[in-house]
Design a protein around this ligand. Structure first.
Ligand SMILES: [Zn+2]
Length: 79
């Protein structure tokens, strides 16, 4: 299974580079993959999921990052 070396930060649109090195035995479902944005310096911790095994891996990572962003916004509006 492959994960992208970089994703597009959904917060600022800059590229976010992968921090986590691939495990020796390769990525598996449930592994955490951390990305650091080169623009806003945000860190994204994404989980490898079944969808990532398909062709749409970049899309599902972007969707996951977007969900994190939205949950942060919800947390902020509550406080
Ligand atoms: Zn960013």
């Amino acid at each position: 299974m492959e994960v992208p070396d970089q994703i597009v930060c959904v917060d600022c649109g800059q590229s976010a580079h992968r921090l986590t090195y691939p495990p020796e035995e390769g990525w598996e479902i449930g592994d955490y993959v951390a990305y650091r944005c080169s623009g806003c310096n945000d860190r994204w911790d994404l989980v490898v999921c079944e969808e990532d095994a398909g062709e749409a891996s970049t899309n599902s990572f972007a969707a996951e990052a977007r969900a994190i962003l939205e949950s942060r916004r919800d947390a902020q509006s509550e406080s």
